[in-house]
Ligand binder design. Structure first.
Ligand SMILES: NC(=O)c1ccc[n+]([C@@H]2O[C@H](COP(=O)([O-])OP(=O)(O)OC[C@H]3O[C@@H](n4cnc5c(N)ncnc54)[C@H](O)[C@@H]3O)[C@@H](O)[C@H]2O)c1
Ligand SMILES: [Zn+2]
Ligand SMILES: [Zn+2]
Length: 372
């Protein structure tokens, strides 16, 4: 089967559209036709060098699709099913899946490098070479063959375009607040960075009953959007936000600080650590190059205030459960998805879409694939 896909070679400064061959589904695999794919910052890290995959790679990891055919032994879905792809596969049987942490499934070891299947094979090929697929998905492609562990069947009546965002940004942001941060009624939350992830941290914090949701983003459009999504205060700088939090909490500090900036550095971490009060929780969800030391804080204050610092992968969500749950909240009118999509693009316009992300013009851009 042929497909058109946005790929990156080592050193690529932009996505390039290439025609590739996609394998038929093998044992436990499904062949899918992507409907839509969100422009998450994590794919930009592949170009900027903050995530280093095996190249060449078909990019994209936030998508929705329709199942076209299934390989032997597939019991989870059948042709015609609507699915949201999960960027962390869940096998159901490894230690992490078996203990309720399927966002940390052992199959995650293959997501970036080799970005290929555990048996050392790949499903995309072209010019005599194997192409990996970002997070074992490669959603910037018209078609793909993926493991059944990478798809979650969703209600047939829901629109697949907004559903694509529930493959990464929505559960990651929502869960950063609700699961990893443990936001509860009456809390004061500070969120650094309002992109496709941070805006959903706003949605999660508001839904969980936070009294104040204070956001920080240098881009005015992002701050305005956060207020529309229920944030109580929005500032261009961490210093302004910290002063307001001191006032709002009579000096006690925030209950949670959530870091969802595009590239995490020690400055934003230090600001977030300072803004939380005793027993407060700091959640690091944004990424940086894995060799970079991004957490530089005074340990004595961590000890004396019993502060908590934790990472968050996929918002500590369980893909199989939370993707369906969030879509049903959308269906019930309790979660905004359509409003997250600032602009739609064709696959050929992918570089324009990522330039808009760099320029702070979009909350989430969405690639809508041709129906063919
Ligand atoms: N841990 C996970 O499971 C997971 C999943 C998805 C994405 N991510 C990561 O989350 C981060 C955010 O992704 P996104 O798609 O929302 O990115 P994005 O580029 O759409 O949004 C980032 C926002 O941060 C703002 N920003 C940048 N520096 C800032 C600073 N110092 N203070 C305040 N705001 C600042 C930008 O203006 C922008 O609005 C990325 O690092 C991405 O790789 C992590
Ligand atoms: Zn993502
Ligand atoms: Zn597992």
């Amino acid at each position: 089967m042929k497909t058109r896909a946005a790929i990156l070679e080592e050193g690529s400064k932009a996505f390039e559209i290439r025609e590739l061959d996609v394998d038929d589904p093998g044992v436990g695999e499904v062949h899918i036709r992507y409907v839509a794919s969100g422009l998450c910052h994590s794919d930009l890290h592949l170009i900027d060098g903050d995530i280093v995959p095996r190249f060449p790679i078909v990019a994209g990891h936030e998508g929705s699709a329709i199942v076209e055919s299934v390989g032997p032994g597939v019991t989870k879905v059948e042709p015609g099913d609507h699915v949201v792809c999960t960027f962390t596969p869940n096998c159901g049987t490894c230690r992490y899946c078996a203990t309720g942490h399927s966002n940390l499934c052992d199959l995650s070891a293959y997501l970036i490098n080799p970005a290929g299947f555990p048996d050392g094979t790949f499903r995309y090929h072209g010019q005599g070479r194997d192409y990996g697929s970002m997070c074992l998905l490669g959603t910037f492609s018209e078609r793909a063959t993926v493991s059944q562990h990478s798809v979650v069947k969703v209600d047939q009546w829901l629109p697949l375009e907004p559903a694509a965002l529930v493959g990464c940004g929505v559960p990651t942001g929502w869960g950063t607040a609700v699961n990893s941060g443990g936001v509860s009624a009456g809390d004061t939350v500070v969120i650094y960075g309002i992109g496709g992830v941070g805006i959903n941290a706003v949605q999660g914090a508001v839904y969980a009953g936070a009294k104040y949701v204070v956001v920080v983003d240098p881009v005015e459009f992002k701050r305005r959007t956060a207020i529309e999504f229920g944030a109580s205060h929005a500032y261009a700088t961490a210093e302004e936000a910290a002063a307001k939090v001191t006032e709002l909490t009579w000096g006690q500090g925030a209950d949670q600080a959530l870091i969802t900036v595009g590239v995490v550095d020690e400055k934003v971490v230090a600001n977030a650590f300072d803004v939380i009060g005793k027993t407060g929780t700091l959640v690091v969800t944004g990424q940086a190059h894995p060799d970079k030391l991004t957490i530089q804080i005074p340990g004595a204050l961590l000890t004396r205030g019993e502060k908590v610092i934790r990472g968050s992968q996929f918002g500590s969500s369980n893909p199989q459960y939370d993707i369906v749950k969030l879509l049903r909240l959308y269906d019930a009118g309790r979660l905004k998805l359509d409003e997250l999509i600032t602009k739609r693009y064709t696959l050929d316009q992918i570089n324009e879409g990522y330039q808009d992300l760099r320029d702070g013009k979009i909350i989430r851009g969405l690639i809508v694939h041709d129906r063919r």
